[in-house]
Design a protein around this ligand. Structure first.
Ligand code: APR
Ligand code: PHB
Length: 390
């Protein structure tokens, strides 16, 4: 089989790129190592910046998002016995975010790909890119005992943090930057009415908490927990009790609780790999960078990679212009690092660090006081939260 672009990884990055390219008549194949049901069972983030939402519409996948997603014009921060609001719309001259689950978005992308008859190969085992520095790269994979091969012009590594594409770049070329945080986020999804129409980020002496939502009948809550905690050790009751203890009293009083639909603990990590291109391999999304979820940048940073890569490949195939491909890594990384900075800053601002000193805690309180006393500081938060321009 021969295609123009072979995409490894059927998460949001790979799917969105495949969809955008397909619409411009560029032939793609998409390899995903898991069955679709497995990919669609993963509960991930749910805040889309407007640039991402625009890209979904451009991919012809925005209809359900626009119907069911919620536009949020602000967010709340509970700290030091107060609740302050960041007015995203006012501070950014009208920008907002779209609250729509990544799981739903991924489903929409798969369905759109099916409708267009795109090549999607699930259960692709041992996907391996070859000859990446030649002008005829190819990808092999296995399905049971049968080995397959796809020839292509370009390979896209959209295979997430644990994928095979980043390690295909020689150690001498690849630079990795990493920070691991000494805690995780325990997330619970429940069929309950959200406690607040807007997200509440909570800085509390017992640890960070977040009240989020998927819809008016589906809530998503998180607690900062030690990395040694196991989901099985946490009963639903224990989760709700701890969440209530971290919320302001008037919010805790109206918290609706119910059985959890999904529970998981995720570690927090900041990570960047450079460069994002090696020969004919281009990395995108979690394959190249990870952020802690605090600023909801993960999915959105994947989207900016896809935006640059989509335009670069379209320019190559439709105009014979390779400037976008040549500049992809530097351009994507410039925005990636800004998302790293913002996610790190918000994580430092809102969490309790086990090894922090009195000095560190005073500094954190001062940072929060400064934030809510300065319109400029709030604007800096807001412009990052709604998404820096692509
Ligand atoms: N071969 C084929 N597919 C693979 C391989 C492989 N060797 N390794 C991983 N995959 C698949 C995974 O099963 C997964 O479906 O690649 C996909 C990668 O998807 P994600 O991990 O969701 O990464 P990405 O598409 O870049 O999505 C952006 O940013 O912060 C996050 O939550 C956010 O997951 C979102 C991500
Ligand atoms: C979520 O709803 O899962 C969510 C929202 C905002 C974040 C992180 C996660 O910052």
């Amino acid at each position: 089989m021969k295609v123009q672009v072979c995409i490894i990884g059927g998460g949001p990055s790979g799917l969105l790129l495949a969809q955008l390219l397909h619409r411009r008549g560029i032939a793609t194949a998409l390899l995903e190592k898991h069955p679709r049901a497995y990919v669609l069972a993963r509960i991930r983030a749910g805040v889309l910046e407007h640039g991402f939402a625009a890209l979904m519409r451009e991919a012809g996948c925005g209809e359900r998002m626009d119907r069911e997603g919620e536009i949020h014009h602000g967010l709340l921060v509970a700290h030091d016995g107060r609740v302050d609001r960041i007015d995203l719309a006012r501070l950014t001259g009208g920008s907002s975010v779209m609250v729509y689950g990544q799981t739903e978005l991924t489903r929409d992308l798969y369905e759109a790909r099916d409708r267009m008859g795109g090549i999607t190969l699930h259960n692709a085992e041992d996907a391996t890119p070859h000859d990446l520095t030649s002008d005829a790269p190819y990808v092999t994979w296995r399905e049971g005992d049968t080995r397959h091969r796809i020839d292509c012009d370009y390979v896209i590594g959209a295979d997430g943090f644990h994928g095979v594409c980043r390690p295909a770049i020689p150690r001498a070329v690849l630079r990795e930057y990493e920070r691991v945080y000494p805690f995780g986020w325990f997330g619970v999804l429940s069929r309950t009415r959200p406690v607040s129409p807007e997200l509440i980020y909570v800085n509390h002496p017992r640890g960070f908490a977040l009240c989020s939502l998927r819809s008016q009948v589906l809530s998503r809550y998180y607690l900062q927990v030690p990395l040694s905690d196991r989901v099985e050790e946490w009963s639903d009751d224990a989760f709700w009790t701890e969440l209530r203890a971290r919320l302001p009293a008037e919010v805790a009083a109206r918290l609706e609780t119910g059985p959890s639909i999904e529970k998981s603990i995720a570690p927090l990590r900041s990570f960047v790999a450079e460069p994002m291109r090696w020969g004919r391999l281009f990395l995108a999304g979690d394959a190249a960078h990870i952020v802690p979820p605090t600023g909801a940048r993960g999915l959105n940073t994947a989207a900016s990679d896809i935006y640059y890569l989509y335009h670069a490949l379209a320019d190559h195939y439709l105009k014979g212009d390779d400037a976008g491909l040549e500049g992809y890594s530097a351009r994507a990384l410039a925005r990636v690092w800004k998302a790293q900075r913002f996610s790190w800053w918000l994580t430092m601002l809102l969490h309790r660090f086990p090894d922090s000193t009195e000095y560190d805690r005073r500094l954190q309180r001062t940072e929060l006081e400064y934030l809510f006393s300065s319109e400029n500081a709030q604007r800096a938060l807001a412009e990052n939260y709604v998404g820096l321009p692509f």
